[in-house]
Write a new protein. Structure first.
Length: 77
């Protein structure tokens, strides 16, 4: 397949509502391979039950940011 569906999902805890925005994207070989490798890595984490740790950068609007100690791109500059 040369197409992918990219969906951004955001939960608004105040309004108790889920917002989503999806876009159909054309994929090249590089991004397809990267996606499959990341998918496999995440499945491995789920199967093993290990803690994947924090990402390099978190979304600035993450509701848990103040609790986990994650960093945003803005805070690392």
């Amino acid at each position: 397949m040369d197409l992918g569906l990219l969906c951004h999902v955001r939960l608004d805890l105040v309004e108790e509502r889920v917002y989503d925005r999806c876009e159909l994207k054309v994929l090249g070989d590089g991004i397809r391979t990267e996606f499959l490798q990341e998918r496999d890595r995440r499945l491995q984490v789920l199967e093993s039950g290990s803690d994947p740790g924090l990402p390099k950068f978190c979304d600035a609007e993450c509701p848990f940011l103040n609790h986990c100690g994650g960093k945003t791109r803005e805070s690392s500059t």
